[in-house]
Ligand binder design. Structure first.
Ligand code: AMP
Ligand code: ZN
Length: 114
């Protein structure tokens, strides 16, 4: 989608630190990391928010967790634990309206989140 930051990063039109790529996803380092490991797992397909996913996105949305598991292992987070966050809508703090899953790890996580 035009003028979407994560579409531009996925297509290579905008620079970013890409740490993972497959047919359906890229993962990048967050530009403003909130933990020693802070990655964003981004589908190549433009979907604005979780509220816009469709039945046909079911497989893609399921496989995002396989990517998260792979990246958690790659960053040695299995034992220490890690957090996955999906902000949906402005009220939840979503700032980039192309769906993405945050993977945060490398420090103790508090609950409830802010
Ligand atoms: P959210 O608030 O859930 O929409 O998350 C958007 C995230 O994208 C934030 O954590 C930002 O720090 C991050 N971000 C914004 N621009 C970039 C960029 N150019 N490269 C990497 N991460 C970015
Ligand atoms: Zn997009």
């Amino acid at each position: 989608m035009e003028n979407c930051l994560f579409c531009k990063i996925a297509s290579g039109d905008e620079a970013s630190e890409i740490v993972y790529k497959d047919d359906h996803f890229i993962a990048i380092k967050d530009i403003n990391p909130q933990a020693p490991v802070h990655l964003l797992i981004i589908p190549k397909k433009h979907v604005g928010t979780l509220m816009e996913i469709e039945e046909s996105d079911k497989d893609m949305m399921g496989s995002v967790f396989t990517v998260a598991k792979f990246l958690a292992e790659e960053n040695d987070l299995e034992m220490s634990g890690f957090r996955l966050v999906l902000n949906c809508g402005m009220g939840a703090g979503q700032t980039v309206f192309h769906i993405h899953l945050h993977l945060l790890g490398g420090r103790p996580m508090k609950w409830p989140p802010g």
